[in-house]
Design a protein around this ligand. Structure first.
Ligand SMILES: NC(=O)c1ccc[n+]([C@@H]2O[C@H](COP(=O)([O-])OP(=O)(O)OC[C@H]3O[C@@H](n4cnc5c(N)ncnc54)[C@H](OP(=O)(O)O)[C@@H]3O)[C@@H](O)[C@H]2O)c1
Length: 292
């Protein structure tokens, strides 16, 4: 708190003592990964509506360009596109270089890019499983290091990491995916404690089920994902993004959209592991499919 106040008095940048998002200014830069689809596109929309400039990152450049055009015309903000496969370290270096070349300083980092897999852990495609871990974990950690350093030096900024309610419990049928999200949750809490001393806020978003391209990419068959969780737990991507950005602005530690998802997360966290794993294993579509 003291540092933030000191920062405000000695700099023209205006981070409110409690708020972690900068005031509306198109010259501010919010890097949003996974902005070509789903939750990431909606988070970019929310930030643009708050008058902040956005840098949209993902592999599908055409989609990013369409979104950038929409945001710059409807919200009257600066929006640029960097096409990048975040799984590759060299691509992440190129992303940092591209921002540097444009003279952009990252005020807000949204680590949203990620994907899941489904099936029996020992039978997974090795390249895909390891690629998921590199995308969900390695890339997120690397971007926090690349951009978190500058934020800490400047004494302000905000990081939003996207985990999942799967972070609170083991999920047989999506073993490695749930473990990557537990990593993101734990890492974000520690990062928050460390960077908070430098005036940088860290929030972790833990959505329950959201209707995006996630289920298709993860390999759920038609109707399986919808059947795996009751309707009232599904929250639309735009609402998830709004709650996430509101939580980020208020400097919240954890955002779990939807009461049912908050209760599930608490239950999954505190219930004995044997109970949780048998319950999930008895219901997970991937395990129904592969039942001996
Ligand atoms: N949907 C859910 O039910 C749910 C629930 C909890 C948590 N989440 C988490 O929410 C985040 C967003 O997922 P979503 O639901 O919005 O799914 P989505 O619609 O499939 O979006 C995933 C995004 O990640 C990007 N991405 C994936 N791999 C990438 C890579 N190697 N390099 C760069 N970008 C990459 C994709 O872009 P390109 O393909 O264009 O690269 C896409 O923009 C993920 O971290 C996911 O784990 C989702």
């Amino acid at each position: 708190m003291h540092r933030r106040l000191a920062f405000r008095s000695s700099n023209s940048l205006s981070y409110d003592a409690r708020m972690s998002l900068p005031s509306p200014d198109t010259n501010r830069t919010c890097v949003v990964t996974g902005a070509s689809s789903g939750i990431g596109s909606e988070i970019a929309r929310q930030l643009a509506r708050r008058g902040l400039g956005v840098t949209l990152v993902a592999r599908r450049e055409d989609r990013l360009r369409t979104l950038a055009d929409e945001l710059s015309s409807t919200c009257n903000i600066r929006a640029e596109v960097v096409s990048c496969d975040l799984t590759e370290r060299s691509s992440r270096d190129r992303l940092a270089q591209a921002l540097d070349d444009r003279g952009l300083t990252v005020d807000v980092l949204v680590n949203n890019a990620g994907f899941g897999t489904t099936g029996l852990a020992h039978q997974m495609d090795r390249d895909r499983e390891l690629g998921m871990i590199r995308t969900n974990v390695e890339a997120l950690v690397d971007l926090c290091m690349i951009f978190g350093r500058g934020m800490a030096d400047r004494g302000g900024g905000a990081i939003l990491n996207v985990a999942s309610t799967a972070a609170f419990q083991p999920v047989p049928g999506q073993a490695a995916y749930a473990a990557t999200k537990s990593f993101v949750l734990s890492y974000s809490h520690s990062l928050r404690a460390e960077l908070g001393r430098s005036g940088v806020s860290v929030t972790v978003l833990c959505p329950g089920p959201v209707d995006t391209e996630f289920a298709d990419t993860a390999g759920f068959e038609a109707g399986e994902a919808e059947g795996a969780a009751p309707k009232f737990m599904w929250i639309p991507a735009d609402r998830v993004a709004q709650e996430a950005v509101d939580g980020l602005a208020r400097g919240k530690a954890v955002v779990i959209p939807g009461l049912a998802n908050r209760l599930t997360a608490i239950g999954g966290y505190f219930a004995p592991r044997r109970v949780v794993t048998s319950l999930v294993a008895s219901r997970h579509p991937a395990l129904q499919r592969t039942r001996p």
